[in-house]
Design a protein around this ligand. Structure first.
Ligand code: HEM
Length: 447
């Protein structure tokens, strides 16, 4: 295995592992705070039990997220010294701010976890809100740095060196808003749908269980609006990509030829050698319309770019199709659930909705992984779009396959331990609300 490929694989694997915990670190505190707020408002102890269980889950996942995030920051410096030399001065600020947000989250999670009987109810709830806000902010700062890699601004390049550095302009790069919005919504939707799916599964077996009923409802109130908004923020993202990274858009859509009135492809397999995407269902003029809001707009195909600047087309196209397909399913399920909840209907009576929620449980996380494949693989061969190639940023150190294999094994072991801990501490332990509830208190009272 070549060293560049080993370094890229190690980075990809570390990011794929870490992003799961980062997403939960953003989404879970929201659920925990909503549950505690419901308890304080209604005095219903089932909500207290929910808040405490979710806090336990958050703490376990936060710890693993912190370790895997620290590994990533070392990898940035050790595997990609060329990137740090070029980008450190320009984009160091969001990384430092992320550090502040992360420490705030860690401190207040400790206060939240151990403060149930030690601080006032208001202060405790406020500590939960700080955990939720700082968790979201730490994700936002890191994604701002990533957005800069897609749309680098805030410096001039003279003789291959960045000069006239303006860190604020770099942070306010044009990809920052669409990417951070999309990622934050993705974190809320992915976590909440996973939680909703677990409780929907339990409700299919025990429809009267008050604990699972309340948990399902809190998860849906938090996650369904995010799932509904994701296609809209995704559209904003796609229009941004069309403007700033047109070769990435061409790969996402498997668009090889430059054409006016380009179709939107659903499915299909891009054949790079033949220069065409086979077996796709084409919606006439759809891509031109969505990307440029003009059904006759010209879309530049891959043929318009030098071959050495193409990203690997198949994984980018496939990742995009998976994200949009599963994301659309989640949005439909979210609309269905919200419509029922808004009319005060008992969700548990709708068994097909519960089944759909079970099916959707892993989809948010699959979309998150697919979305990052689109963003990162779609930017190749550049690590900083148009400025620095990935091959020029990698360390000259040989034998990179050794850390790649070691870290892969480490993540596998860590993954098994986390799954076991979560099962034992959060999923398996009995609930106090296991008994069937009287029909009159089954719904309505919860939100
Ligand atoms: C349903 C319609 C969706 C569309 C049209 C869409 C569109 C996009 C686009 C164009 C990108 C690439 C952005 C870039 O490279 O700059 C992207 C990235 C991403 N997507 Fe989606 N997406 C959708 C649904 C989802 C869903 C449901 C999730 C997760 C629950 C998700 C999670 C992500 C993530 C994590 C990224 C990478 C980070 C980012 O750019 O924010 N997407 N999406």
């Amino acid at each position: 295995m070549r060293d560049l490929l080993a370094a890229r694989s190690q980075m990809a694997m570390s990011l794929a592992f870490h992003i799961i915990f980062a997403v939960v670190g953003i989404g879970m505190p929201l659920l925990m705070v909503v549950a505690e707020w419901q308890w304080r408002r209604r005095g219903d102890r089932v909500f207290l039990e929910l808040a405490q269980r979710w806090a336990k889950g958050t703490a376990i996942l936060f710890a693993v997220g912190a370790v895997s995030g620290t590994v990533l920051s070392f990898e940035l410096g050790l595997l990609w010294p060329g990137f740090m030399t070029q980008a450190g001065a320009i984009i160091g600020m969001p990384f430092s701010l992320e550090g502040f947000a992360f420490f705030t989250e860690a401190i207040f999670l400790g206060i939240y976890f151990y403060g149930w009987d030690r601080i006032s109810p208001r202060a405790h709830l406020a500590a939960g809100v700080v955990v939720a806000v700082s968790g979201a902010l730490s994700g936002i700062f890191v994604v701002i740095a990533n957005a800069w890699m897609n749309a680098p601004t805030g410096f001039d390049l003279v003789n291959g060196r960045p000069v006239n550095v303006d860190p604020i302009a770099a942070m306010l790069n044009p990809a920052a808003f669409p990417e951070t919005l999309h990622m934050t919504l993705a974190a809320y939707a992915a976590t909440s749908f996973a939680v909703a799916g677990i409780h929907a599964l339990r409700l299919l077996r025990e429809p009267g269980n008050g604990f699972h009923r309340r948990a399902l409802r809190v998860a849906l109130w938090a996650g369904a609006p995010a799932a509904l908004l994701l296609p809209l923020s995704g559209d904003l993202n796609a229009r941004h990509v069309a403007q700033w990274q047109s070769v990435k858009l061409a790969a996402m859509e498997g668009q090889f030829k430059t054409e006016r009135g380009a179709p939107l492809r659903i499915g299909g397999w891009p054949d790079e050698m033949a220069g065409e995407t086979r077996y796709a269902l084409g919606i006439p003029r759809g891509l031109s319309l969505l990307a440029f809001h003009d059904p006759s707009a010209e879309v530049r195909g891959l043929e318009a770019f030098p071959r050495e600047n193409w990203p690997p087309v198949a994984p980018v196209h496939l990742g995009f199709q998976i994200m949009v397909g599963l994301g659309s399913f989640m949005a439909l399920v979210a609309a269905w659930a919200l419509a029922l909840m808004a009319r005060g209907r008992d969700l548990v009576g709708h068994r097909w909705l519960l089944r759909a929620l079970v099916a959707a449980a892993p989809m948010g996380f699959i979309c998150v992984e697919a979305g990052w494949v689109v963003t990162e693989v779609g930017r190749q061969p550049w690590v900083i779009q148009g400025v620095l190639r990935t091959a020029d940023a990698v360390t000259p150190m040989p034998g990179l396959v050794v850390p790649f294999v070691t870290f892969t094994l480490l993540y596998c072991v860590l993954g098994v331990i986390v799954a076991w801990l979560l099962y034992q501490q959060v999923l398996r332990s009995p609930t106090s609300a296991g008994a069937a509830m009287p029909a009159s208190t089954r719904y309505g009272e919860v939100g």
